[in-house]
Write a protein that binds this ligand. Structure first.
Ligand SMILES: [Zn+2]
Ligand SMILES: [Zn+2]
Length: 336
């Protein structure tokens, strides 16, 4: 199976947190945390549709300006999510610039900012370049099970954690994954093409077997209608979707651990901070961070597939292997 989410830590494990998640075949991407994103080329930043900010300590939010700079004038809305006070902070970021000529851009950009409250509501406001980014408030909506985004192909959920300030952790779950047996397509006398993406979406959306899919006949010899049910039973395989989780900047205590385990349960890939070695657990406690051992233990409890450690303290430069080894020992699974 080829996973649809292609995640990459923009700055490696020691740099500012930013996880860029490209979505295969969709020409778009998600970003988890906006640390320094200068290493991302503009064509990638331009693909971003949703940004999820765990909290607004500077190392997680300093990339906001760069992202906005690249996306100004692109004509595609950008949705941002963060913890309490996030909308006000986006507003302050925007008011740090002068927008008297922004209407000269050929197209506008709208920023939709969302903040998660402790009692499960999503507050909302938008900022449009046409109105010089003046804030427009919208009625808050209740969240269903921490769900921030619900699309046919995937959803994104969050949980509120404690970092001596509210800090969000996120999980992105593909609805289901449709594999294609290419050799069996040939048996049906059709070949891959853009139609296949539509057919997969119809399967994910639960369309009935009688739905007619207009496939491309083999050898590019025209169109060939086939019932979706035939395609599904002969050439497609439906498997559970891929799940990623992103957890950083959290204190190690039972309340946080329970919430992380519930959110990240059975995640294929868990990105989790391993900021300190356990020998420095006192520093971790004072700074409301995890040690590599604590992160590994949480990943073990959540039954995740692969642990990707990051947000290493610069004090461990050259000692990356020790942090990984400590996370691995507590986790017992694959540390990437
Ligand atoms: Zn941090
Ligand atoms: Zn922090």
């Amino acid at each position: 199976m080829r996973p649809i989410f292609q995640p990459r830590l923009v700055n490696g494990p020691f740099g500012d947190p930013a996880l860029f998640v490209d979505i295969l075949f969709e020409r778009r991407a998600l970003i988890f945390d906006l640390g320094d994103v200068a290493a991302l080329p503009p064509r990638k930043l331009l693909r971003t549709t949703h940004v999820f900010v765990s909290h607004t300590h500077m190392d997680h939010f300093v990339g906001f300006d760069r992202l906005l700079r690249i996306c100004l004038g692109r004509g595609r809305p950008l949705s941002l999510y963060g913890p309490e006070r996030f909308i006000e902070q986006v507003e302050h970021k925007l008011s740090a610039f002068t927008w008297n000529l922004v209407e000269n851009y050929a197209v506008d950009i709208e920023l939709a900012a969302h903040e998660v409250t402790a009692d499960g509501w999503l507050r909302r406001a938008s900022f449009n370049s046409r109105e010089r980014f003046a804030r427009q408030d919208h009625a808050p909506v209740p969240m269903d099970d921490g769900r921030l985004v619900a699309e046919p192909a995937f959803d994104v959920r969050c949980t509120v954690l404690d970092h001596k300030t509210p800090c969000l952790a996120f999980a992105v779950q593909e609805a289901m994954h449709v594999n294609v047996w290419r050799n069996r397509l040939a048996e049906l006398e059709v070949e891959p093409g853009p139609w296949l993406r539509d057919a997969k979406q119809a399967v994910v959306a639960g369309a009935p077997d009688e739905t007619i899919v207009v496939a491309r006949a083999i050898g590019g010899t025209g169109e060939r209608p086939i019932p979706l049910g035939t395609l599904r039973s002969r050439a497609l395989q439906v498997v559970p979707g891929q799940k990623l989780a992103y957890v950083t900047d959290v204190a190690y205590h039972a309340g946080n651990t329970q919430r992380i385990v519930a959110l990240a349960e059975k995640t294929d890939v868990l990105f989790i901070e391993c900021t300190f070695l356990d020998a420095d657990a006192d520093d971790a406690r004072r700074k409301y961070h995890l040690t590599a051992r604590q992160a590994g233990a949480i990943a073990h409890e959540a039954g995740v597939g692969v642990l990707v450690p990051f947000h290493f303290s610069p004090r461990y430069a050259g000692r990356e292997a020790e942090l990984r080894a400590e996370a691995q020992a507590a986790f017992g699974g694959i540390v990437a």
